[in-house]
Ligand binder design. Structure first.
Ligand code: SF4
Ligand code: SF4
Length: 298
């Protein structure tokens, strides 16, 4: 009989910072033969630059989960990849606490982790140790609510249509007032991603101390604006093939270029106004207008 301790050690070998367990409920919509969930946490550090480290970790975590599934299969245990289920309820049942910003927290990792979920057709033996709870004082804190540039965190809950991340690389046209925050200086609002509501959270402050210590592996804005085959290939390797859609990468880069106020990008911005892609044309026109306002060049 496989044990929870053994699964945790295998998960650690695959680079997961933690593995937690809970039993399925009918409302989870898991396949009927699933008898136990294994929630895997892949941690990441904070990162400055044009892209948020979450997306890199998420891409890695999927590949590492597949390796772990291979180990289960060698042991004759049937598995299901269930990361598309509603993970928030499952994470709470696994003992993680949810903050006002809707993200889950682990005492040691803060909110800086991404999650994968595997279903097993067995219930592993051993105590179900829940992770040590993170200290969250949301009632008296509310820092994430004040800091969110889109006003997505409200007293009545989270409004996803007001969150910058909702529009990242998805091909949806971002509301005008949110565009100003894309690619902001210092990486507060990345070209891809936004971590403001995590950055200000007291429960992440130990992790935030590591900011700036990471090896720089980012792209330059010029590379992303030009988006050559080679850049797109590297982008797909780091962030996942789903995100490596040329027009969407260029569209996000255009918003960041407009906000940069750097006139060197202007010829490229103007050239994209004739793009065949509606979102690229729309963002190029916006970026040119933003550049005009920042530089007062016309
Ligand atoms: S910033 Fe404050 S209110 Fe927001 S999740 Fe963290 S502790 Fe809770
Ligand atoms: S990710 Fe950014 S926009 Fe979305 S809720 Fe957090 S701070 Fe607000």
């Amino acid at each position: 009989m496989i044990t929870k301790a053994y699964i945790k050690s295998m998960a650690a070998e695959m680079g997961f910072a933690a593995a937690c367990f809970c039993l399925p409920k009918s409302e989870d919509d898991a396949p009927a033969d699933v008898r136990c969930f294994v929630l895997l946490l892949k941690s990441y550090g904070p990162k400055n630059g044009l892209t948020d480290a979450f997306y890199i970790a998420k891409n890695d975590s999927y590949a590492d989960m597949k390796k772990l599934i291979g180990r289960f299969e060698e042991m004759g245990i049937r598995t299901w990849v269930l990361s598309n289920l509603r993970l928030k309820d499952i994470a709470s049942r696994c003992g993680l606490r949810q903050g006002l910003n809707t993200l889950h927290y682990h005492r040691a990792l803060g909110s800086k982790f991404c999650m994968e979920l595997i279903g097993l057709d067995v219930v592993p033996a051993g105590e179900n140790e829940t992770p040590e709870q993170a200290t969250l004082s949301c009632e008296s804190c509310k820092r994430c609510m004040s800091a969110c540039p889109g006003g997505a965190i409200t007293a009545n809950g989270f409004v996803k249509e007001k969150c910058i991340r909702f529009y990242m690389i998805g091909g949806k046209s971002m509301p005008l007032h949110l565009r100003n925050f894309v690619g902001g200086s210092g990486g507060s609002y990345a070209m891809i991603g936004c971590d403001v509501c995590q950055r200000v959270c007291p429960a992440n402050q130990n992790i935030e101390k590591l900011r700036g210590m990471e090896k720089e592996t980012d792209f330059t804005l010029e590379e992303l604006l030009l988006c050559s085959d080679e850049t797109l290939e590297r982008f797909g390797e780091m962030y996942g093939r789903n995100y490596a859609v040329r027009n969407r990468v260029i569209a996000q880069a255009l918003l960041a270029a407009g906000n940069s106020g750097n006139e060197a990008y202007l010829p490229l911005i103007v050239a994209y106004k004739d793009s065949a892609s509606p979102i690229v044309r729309e963002y190029a026109a916006w970026a040119e207008e933003k550049m005009k306002n920042l530089q007062k060049i016309y």
